[in-house]
Design a protein around this ligand. Sequence first.
Ligand code: FES
Length: 171
Amino acid sequence: MPVQNNKSPSPEDMETLGNVFERHSQENSLMIYLQQIQAEFGYIPEFAIKYIAERTLFSESRIYGVITFYTQFSLKPVGKNIIKACNGTACHVGGSKVLGRKLKSYLKVDDENPTTEDRLFTVQNVACLGCCALAPAMMVNDRVYGKLNLEKIKEVVETHRRDSIDSKEDE
Ligand code: FES
């Protein structure tokens, strides 16, 4: 089932939005509001766009324009782990296209719905990670994994899955 961006806000969500606005009302900067909301929610929910439009002079279409222009913002919930699958030239030559397809099928995601249902992973396609000597390569959060094959990809994914579940249990 695709991850949706139309959930109704809970009282906690509204409180979080209120706090963001309270903290940053002096600056009244759309970028700051969006960065804070992205940090708090992990994406920009639809209700937050309406909330900003109601409280500022920014129209909803202007807010959408900024969100879609900057890659730091996402309109869909993203996973706890961001996998950047490299599709640059060196990685492409090394078979990244097939590996990327297998990675997505392993995680049961696609380009339209790149986040797993359990919100543990989001797969993004990127042009070059800057470590072409390690091609084919991918990055999970801030760590690079190179010389990939399907076995190694599964191993990396499962390590991050275990770590994410362990850290959740520790909370
Ligand atoms: S092309 Fe993949 S790291 Fe450069």
